[in-house]
Write a protein that binds this ligand. Structure first.
Ligand SMILES: [Mn+2]
Length: 329
């Protein structure tokens, strides 16, 4: 009997990278140090739909670019043997089955040891993706999220798996300690007092946009990486595109003004890359509201900068190690 495919080939891959199905054995055989998966799912979104087109939009935006990234003088396709696993197989009108498909594909990618890059879809996706990394990690998992909204409502109209509740679901997993969770960029009146109190009670660090402006993104990220890294053996970072100022990233389902600039989110991505990360997602990208295509390009830049900075840090550590070895001789 033919086995069910965990992911299917896209029409055009991200950066023209080779398509490899999201299977650990296939990814290992290819030597994929980084692997991208689309999750075209927006049934968890409470506001405007359309983020299901996110993976296709990101691939489209990447068509202008090549694997070479000037900023770090590196070919990301070659260095990371980056592959596009296509899209997780969605099941029409069956949110639970869609979440299961995303989780199954993510587990395979993590098992292969590839740096997982997940493209939503809406911000309910950290629910299945969090379960995947939780189950595939022996120790504890840290979580950093960029978002305008806290997404910390225990349920909405009785539903626990929407893009307003993923922070609650993640904090309930056995090896994701609320003390290792950080929210960055929170602002505005979509948030509720109930969520503020919930997060306080849980001891989850919330770095509001005011604080980012006052302290600057670099000290904020230093603190966030320290919190998420304390006693953990894996790191999951979630980029909700509405964490970015809507002036820089209009192509999102729930745009909010006054958020992170392009430079700030890219600085954050670079600090995460230098630190090292097990997997990250970019969610709520909504091509229908991205008339100039700039949001799609910014999403590409987040990936380029994170990987590029990771490469640069690896090179520096290699050089320092080499210099030490020379001194010893
Ligand atoms: Mn969100």
């Amino acid at each position: 009997m033919a086995r069910k495919k965990l992911s299917v080939a896209p029409q055009a891959t991200f950066l023209g990278a080779p398509f490899v199905e999201a299977r650990a054995a296939a990814l290992r055989a290819h030597g994929a140090k980084a692997a991208l998966l689309g999750i075209p799912y927006d049934m968890g979104g409470i506001y405007r739909s359309g983020t299901a087109a996110g993976p296709r939009g990101l691939r489209e935006a990447s068509r202008q670019y090549g694997g070479y990234f000037f900023d770090d003088d590196v070919d990301l396709l070659e260095t990371y043997r980056l592959v596009d696993c296509g899209d997780a197989q969605m099941v029409p009108a069956a949110p639970a089955k869609c979440r299961a498909a995303a989780k199954a594909a993510a587990k395979e990618m993590l098992r292969a040891g590839s740096l997982g890059i997940f493209i939503g879809g809406d911000h309910s996706l950290p629910i299945p993706l969090g379960e995947a990394i939780s189950e595939e990690t022996d120790g504890k998992v840290g979580y950093i999220v960029f978002d305008a909204n806290m997404d910390a409502e225990d349920e909405v109209d009785g539903e626990e798996n929407s893009n307003w509740s993923e922070v609650c679901r993640l904090s309930e997993l056995h090896n994701i300690d609320p003390a290792n969770m950080v929210l960055i960029g929170i602002r505005g009146s979509l948030n509720t007092k109930r969520q503020t109190e919930y997060l306080k009670r849980k001891g989850i660090r919330v770095i509001g946009m005011r604080e980012v402006i006052e302290r600057g993104i670099v000290p904020v990220m230093e603190e966030a990486l320290k919190i998420a890294g304390r006693g953990t053996s894996a790191l999951y970072v979630s980029f909700d595109t509405d964490g970015i100022d809507a002036a820089y990233a209009p192509g999102t389902s729930g745009p909010e003004p006054g958020g992170l600039t392009s430079r700030e989110i890219l600085t954050a991505a670079r600090m995460i890359g230098r630190h090292g990360v097990t997997m990250f997602d970019i969610v709520e990208y909504c091509p229908a509201y991205d008339p100039s295509g700039i949001t799609g390009k910014l999403c590409c830049y987040i990936i380029f900068n994170l990987l590029g900075a990771h490469y640069a840090a690896t090179q520096e550590r290699g050089k320092r190690g080499g210099a030490k070895a020379k001194r010893k001789r």
